[in-house]
Structure formats: structure tokens, C-alpha cells
Design a protein around this ligand. Structure first.
Ligand code: SF4
Length: 485
């Protein structure tokens, strides 16, 4: 037997990351700082949780554009030499988890084009639901694409339309697009930020106190790392154009009402970020309080599935007085691939990342808190890990409502047939994951924790209320309707 067959390198995601909705992408933009590319790189470190497949920075000195992109995490992609080569006072950066297009170097961002108006670079968080139709139209009209990403569609559209400046051209391009986009764009003289009319994905504006420059970023945690002051959130449907003249705010799209992704608060965003005025950590703790009202348990300890279940578990413990314990320890240093042992080990995949502590769990009635159950495969393994460590009872609480539909707005999700809550009743799921009881957050409780439903959220993967429908061909639509009954 050849050694490479005995110890195959397995992609980690295939073994244990497949039971979560995956983060999308993160973007950052720096305007006027002598170390713009270095700040963009640091900003990407803070946004690493939004995408670990690829990273890139594009900078400009007003004449040339410099770019460095690569596969992997920020730490793997950039060396000090790479950063030094990224000259200029302005830069944009991107971390990627692929939602459209294969995970290959060709599909990394920011993208840069040279067109009749100069250069334009773009980094995009989100997903266009009509990208395929737009691309087919563009290809029929002679456009040649270099990537599989919907982001390139925006660039092609921007190159074709008229407008007095890059902001107008970008707005004209985006008015043909439907879907989710929080974008940072760079021209020779401007940094542009734009959030789609529904504002699915976050985007914030900050100020670099010392240089007097500005920052755009997906989340406020990126501002904190580079010492920038938070100025405000970019609003749904707003475009900001930052130039030497200052900041100009435009409203290029017809107002339709905000539908910010509520899952950002439950799972995607970092707990230390504030999104549209709400602190993520506090929102998660309030969700824990709501779980406590819904499911008061006779239990000895509350244990989070780290890291995403931690704040909700703390909230549950706070509200019930049941002690909070770290009964599961997460290994944060697992790379993207590892060498699988020749002999199979039970629950091997999940054990690489999580270890259950018998000293905490033995003989205990445990309330286990996680952010979601997607396929149910990992949840079952985690419950078994906790049982194997000696827990007497395992009560599984989920800090989101049942995920019954896929996301079309920039989150990588399995289709309905693989979503356990779309296919099974709660009692069936409880049995499948081997828990003594199972409780999901209700929609009403979710919005009590968020403060109000009226502010406008997308909750389509829980409710089926999709703010924008994915464009699918008539035949495909028909088949789907038949299949879904
Ligand atoms: S469908 Fe779900 S994950 Fe997607 S934007 Fe809406 S709430 Fe967020």
C-alpha cells in the first residue's frame, strides 16, 4: 500500500465544517494613510472569521495599482515583502469564502480592471441572485470573463454604462443587479462604499484619527484593530464616495426598506462588533435569556458549543442561575487539511476540533447550547462526545429558529433536501441527534432579543420570506415547484 493512500490529506471542511451555514466574505477599504496596505491587511485579520479560503489587497498611489492575492488565511497569503510592494495611500482588501465560483486563485478578490475611464478595483461581500442571467447577456454581447464570480459581472456592467464619475457608473451597474452586496471600490482618486438597497450585509465607516483618513469595513471589529474611530453604519441603499474633498453620500437606488441578515447577529459576525447599532455579543446574550424563558431546565451545568454558542449559553446561565461551564474545548489551531489516521477513530473529524472534558461533564445533567443545526451530522457527534464524557442527560438548545431554507444572499448553504429541519419534525431531530430534549429559539423570541422586528431583517432561511427571489429558469422553477409540492 502506498503511503499517500494510507494517510490521505483530507480537506477539513469535508469532515467537520459542513454542519454550519458558512460565513461569506469580508471587505475593508483605507483612504489616505501612508501605510494603507498594511492597515488593510490588519483589517482583514480582524475579518478573518468572514472567510478563510482566500485573501487579497489592492493599493494605489494614484497612478499605478498594486495587487497581491492568494489562497488561504491572511497569515498564509501575505509576507512583509508583499505588503511593502503594495504602495500608495489607499487600499482595499477582501477575505473570501466562496459563495459563487470555485475556490481557486483565479476567483480571489479584490478584482482590478483597466477600462476607458482608468482603473477600477472592487471587493464584494454578498451574492447577486441574477448574476447568471446578467453574465449570459454580457457574454452574448462579447464580454470575456476571467473568473466565475458574480463580482466580475458588476465590473463588466460598470465598464459599459455612462456616468459622470465612477460612483455614477457603479450605481448604474448595480441598478441592474439584484441581490446582496456590500462593496468597497477603489479608483485612482476615490474610495467608494456601497450597500445594497435591502442592506443584507453590514458595512461601516470609520475615521483614522492621526492621518485624518477614512476606513470602510464589514464590521466594527476591523476599526478597533487599526485604531480607527467608528463614524457610522453605511445605510441600506447608500453609496459613500470618499475623496480629497471629503465624504459625499448618495442615494442612487429607490428606497425599499432595510432587510439586514438576522443571522449575522446569531452566528456570522464577531461578538465584539456592532452592526447597525446593535452589539452582537449583547444580542446573543439576550437570545440566551429568551431560551431560558422558553426552556427552563432542571440541569446541573450550561455548556456552550464553542465558539458560536458561548454568548447565548452565558445568557441562559445568567437567566437561570445554572452554572456556566466549558465542558467542550475547541482546538483553534487546526489547519485546512490534516493527515487522517489509517485506523478509523470514532467521531474522529469532530474530535480534531472539539474535546469533551469528563472532569466537567461526568454525572451531570447538561444544557448544551449551539447557534444552529444545519444538517444535524455534527450536532449528533457533539452530543455523543458529551455523553461519552459521562453526561447523564443532554438537553440541546439552539440559539436560532429551525433553518428550513437556503440563503441566496451571500451565505453558503446546502439546499433544502440537506437541511434537517426542512425534512424532519423537532421530535425526529431530537432522536437523530440523540438528545434528551431539543429546543429551538422561536421567531418571536428572536425579535424580542433583537429589540424589534420593525427595524427590518431578513430571516428567510427560517421563515421562507425571501426578500428577493433567486432568478431561475422557467423549467427549473417548474420542476422545483413540482418537487416541493
Ligand atoms: S436567508 Fe438567512 S442567512 Fe441569508 S440573508 Fe436571510 S437571514 Fe441571512
Amino acid at each position: 500500500m502506498n503511503a499517500s493512500t494510507a494517510h490521505p490529506l483530507k480537506p477539513l471542511s469535508s469532515l467537520l465544517d459542513d454542519d454550519h451555514f458558512h460565513d461569506e466574505c469580508g471587505v475593508v477599504g483605507i483612504f489616505e494613510h501612508p501605510e494603507a496596505s498594511n492597515l488593510a491587511y490588519l483589517g482583514l485579520y480582524a475579518l478573518q472569521h468572514r472567510g478563510q479560503e482566500a485573501a487579497g489587497v489592492v493599493s494605489t498611489d494614484g497612478q499605478e495599482f498594486y495587487n497581491h492575492r492568494g489562497m488561504g488565511r491572511v497569515a498564509d497569503v501575505f509576507s512583509a515583502k508583499d505588503i511593502k510592494r503594495l504602495k500608495g495611500n489607499r487600499a482595499i482588501g477582501h477575505v473570501r469564502y466562496s459563495t459563487t465560483g470555485d475556490s481557486v486563485l483565479r476567483n480571489t478578490q479584490p478584482l482590478v480592471i483597466n477600462y476607458r475611464h482608468g482603473a477600477l478595483s472592487l471587493a464584494h461581500n454578498g451574492n447577486l441572485v441574477n448574476a447568471r442571467e446578467l453574465r449570459e447577456e454580457l457574454e452574448r454581447a462579447g464580454s470575456i470573463f476571467h473568473t466565475d464570480m458574480d463580482t466580475e459581472v458588476i465590473l463588466h456592467l460598470a465598464a459599459r454604462v455612462d456616468g459622470k464619475d465612477a460612483g455614477e457608473r457603479l450605481a448604474a451597474a448595480l441598478s441592474q443587479a439584484k441581490g446582496a452586496y456590500s462593496i468597497v471600490a477603489l479608483t485612482e482618486t476615490r474610495l467608494i462604499g456601497v450597500r445594497d438597497p435591502l442592506g443584507f450585509r453590514p458595512l461601516v465607516l470609520g475615521r483614522l484619527v492621526e492621518s485624518g483618513g477614512y476606513v470602510l469595513a464589514s464590521e466594527t471589529c476591523a476599526l478597533d484593530l487599526i485604531g480607527a474611530e467608528f463614524v457610522r453604519d453605511i445605510e441600506a441603499g447608500e453609496m459613500v464616495i470618499i475623496s480629497e474633498k471629503g465624504i459625499e453620500s448618495r442615494r442612487p437606488f429607490a428606497p425599499v426598506g432595510r432587510r439586514m441578515c438576522v443571522f449575522e447577529y446569531i452566528y456570522f459576525a464577531r461578538p465584539d462588533s456592532n452592526l447597525d447599532g446593535i452589539n452582537v455579543y449583547n444580542a446573543r446574550k439576550r437570545i440566551g435569556h429568551e431560551l431560558a424563558k422558553l426552556y427552563p431546565k432542571d440541569a446541573d451545568i450550561v455548556v456552550p458549543v464553542p465558539d458560536s454558542g458561548v454568548a447565548a449559553a452565558m445568557g441562559y446561565a445568567e437567566a437561570t442561575g445554572i452554572p456556566f461551564e466549558l465542558g467542550l474545548i475547541r482546538n483553534h489551531y487546526v489547519g485546512r487539511t490534516f493527515i487522517q489516521p489509517a485506523q478509523s477513530v470514532r467521531d474522529f473529524g469532530v474530535k480534531v476540533k472539539l474535546n469533551a472534558m469528563p472532569s466537567v461533564l461526568k454525572g451531570k445533567r447538561v444544557v448544551l447550547v449551539d447557534d444552529s443545526i444545519v444538517r444535524g451530522t455534527t450536532s449528533a457527534k457533539i452530543v455523543n462526545l458529551v455523553r461519552d464524557a459521562g453526561a447523564r442527560e443532554v438537553h440541546f438548545l439552539v440559539s436560532s429558529p429551525p433553518t428550513t431554507g437556503p440563503c441566496h444572499y451571500g451565505i453558503n448553504t446546502p439546499d433544502r433536501s440537506h437541511l434537517i429541519a426542512a425534512q424532519h419534525s423537532e421530535e425526529q431531530i431530537r432522536k437523530l441527534i440523540n438528545a434528551d430534549s431539543l429546543g429551538y429559539l422561536t421567531m418571536d423570541a428572536l425579535y424580542r432579543a433583537m429589540g424589534s422586528r420593525e427595524t427590518g431583517y431578513c430571516d428567510a432561511c427560517f421563515s421562507g420570506d425571501y426578500p428577493i427571489f433567486k432568478e431561475i429558469g422557467a423549467e427549473e422553477r417548474q420542476l422545483r415547484l413540482i418537487k416541493e409540492g
